[in-house]
Design a protein around this ligand. Structure first.
Ligand SMILES: [Zn+2]
Length: 158
């Protein structure tokens, strides 16, 4: 396959975003704004995106890469399997909210933001996952969606 055909087909996987998210949010001290995260993600991956990454998702007001980035957030887990990445919406923040990663080094400000986010989102185990293609929900151990999407293997955090 030549380079341009490759580029047109490209859909970066949720695992790629999950790995980047983990490193980025760790670097940011455990939290950032939705606006900053989108800009950083665009800057990091823009050159790799093909047509399909930039395609508008049916029934959702976002492009596929944003959807895959959200899916990457779901993949981030603590060693006990519980979710580690949360979003809380608020007009106070750039881009309309904040994204946090718990279980990483943070300062007082970060701790305050994380507590604020978690107050809204109780840290309960999440045993469900959603198909990034069609939006159907499944148990975490489901390997393939009815729409034929094959789920990523959840990366283990160390
Ligand atoms: Zn599906």
């Amino acid at each position: 396959m030549n380079a341009s055909a490759q580029k047109n087909k490209t859909v970066l996987s949720a695992v790629v975003y999950a790995k980047w998210l983990e490193a980025h949010l760790t670097e940011c001290g455990g939290w950032t704004t939705i606006g900053e995260l989108k800009r950083a993600c665009r800057q990091r991956f823009e050159r790799q995106w093909g047509k399909r990454d930039l395609e508008q998702m049916p029934k959702r007001n976002q492009q596929r890469w944003q959807n895959m980035l959200d899916w990457g957030k779901v993949l981030l887990r603590l060693p006990d399997g519980k979710k580690a990445c949360f979003t809380r919406h608020s007009k106070r923040f750039d881009g309309g909210g904040v994204v946090i990663l718990i279980g990483v080094k943070t300062d007082d400000k970060g701790k305050e933001i994380q507590d604020w986010v978690l107050k809204k989102t109780p840290r309960t185990p999440c045993f469900a996952k959603r198909c990034p293609e069609c939006g159907r929900w499944y148990n975490l151990n489901r390997k393939q969606c009815e729409c034929s999407h094959v789920f990523e293997v959840i990366p283990k955090r160390r």
